[in-house]
Design a protein around this ligand. Structure first.
Ligand code: ZN
Ligand code: ZN
Length: 355
């Protein structure tokens, strides 16, 4: 079993940019299938559950089969094992009839900063619904990544934490708008960070110690030096295995007596995130999805495709017995495009949607 680091190490030939991916995989079904396989999205081996022996891959049919001859009861007759399973079973590609290269090109496009449904619909000749569905499936991967961001900090490492008001949105099934906050931490030197949307399902979370301390313990390694403002919820941190230093936001972001105590780094991160959140066309009910994608791209600026596929493989273990339900659990964000059959030439051209 490969370690997390080995899994994440970029494979040879994987450092591919947007256009090279298109050049390499466009209309190359087998090459795309093998690319998925190399990243663990598809299985490298499958064992027959009856014979406990490795199966063979029938590439043209995308199936693994056993085909071993076994004794038939007490007779001399031998029968062939009929075990056969789809190469895609349980995987990110489960239940799709689309060619693998098209899905790879969709992912390649979706992980670009300015992706656009129109490009997919025009270039891959997909329906709007298919494009919307695959956006949901890809969102599941980045949402899962968001919930499992790797912990930051470590003994002696300075981590700045903070919460910031983010958006007023409809939550808790009410009609009223609720304040949604972001909470996060960033290493002052390494700049590795985590961010969490303070919502759980459809519920808005408060900023109490009961909410924040478990998040801190999940995402910040024990022994870290945690800088924060004087928010009451952080008071317990010194008892939880951290060195806690308090600075007062209102007076200064930098402690005048000790300039190493500050939260300037996270303030900068908030500015970036808030700037992004003001983009037109964002719908508050899908903020967590947008946000997970934005952050995933932010955190995986290099070899994005590689990292996306590794995470897709982790979320949808190939040959899992739980076939994917499609469309996924993530609600599909409407495109803002007209339905496919609606070809009224008088319609204004749809606004590009690349969120
Ligand atoms: Zn790779
Ligand atoms: Zn068998």
């Amino acid at each position: 079993m490969a370690s997390e680091e080995e899994r994440r190490a970029v494979c040879p030939g994987c450092d591919v940019d947007y256009l090279r991916v298109i050049k390499r995989f466009h209309s190359e079904p087998e090459e795309a299938v093998e690319f998925f396989r190399r990243h663990g999205v598809l299985p490298s081996e499958v064992y027959c559950p009856d014979c406990q022996e490795p199966c063979k891959l029938r590439k043209d049919k995308h199936q693994w089969y056993c085909g071993r001859y076994k004794k038939y009861g007490n007779t001399k007759k031998r029968v062939q094992c009929s075990f056969c399973v789809s190469d895609y079973k349980g995987s990110f590609l489960d239940n799709t009839h689309l060619p693998a290269w098209q899905i790879l090109l969709f992912i390649n496009h979706w992980i670009q900063k300015f992706w656009n449904h129109d490009v997919i619909i025009t270039c891959l000749k997909w329906s709007t619904k298919t494009s919307v569905d695959w956006r949901s499936f890809c969102s599941e991967v980045t949402l899962s990544w968001l919930q499992n961001q790797p912990p930051i900090g470590g003994p002696g490492v300075v981590v700045e934490i903070d919460e910031t008001f983010f958006v007023r949105a409809k939550y808790d099934r009410g009609r009223d708008l609720r304040d949604v906050w972001l909470f996060g931490g960033i290493e002052r030197v390494g700049k590795r960070f985590f961010l969490v949307f303070l919502v759980k399902g459809n519920q808005v979370l408060d900023r109490s110690a009961a909410t924040l301390v478990p998040i801190i313990k999940k995402f910040i390694r024990l022994g870290s030096i945690v800088n924060s403002d004087g928010w009451a919820a952080y008071r317990r941190l010194a008892d939880e295995g951290y060195t806690h230093r308090v600075i007062n936001h209102k007076e200064a972001f930098v402690d005048p007596d000790d300039p190493t105590i500050n939260t300037q780094t996270i303030e900068r991160l908030w500015r970036d995130v808030k700037e992004w959140s003001k983009r037109p066309g964002l719908r508050t009910e899908y903020f967590e999805q947008y946000f997970s994608r934005y952050l995933f791209l932010h955190a995986n600026r290099e070899q994005t495709l590689h990292h996306f596929l590794i995470d897709a493989a982790a979320l949808y273990t190939p040959q899992s017995d739980q076939p994917r339900e499609r469309p996924g659990a993530v609600p599909a964000i409407p495109t803002g495009l007209p339905p496919k059959d609606d070809d009224d030439p008088d319609d204004p051209p749809p606004r590009p949607l690349y969120l």
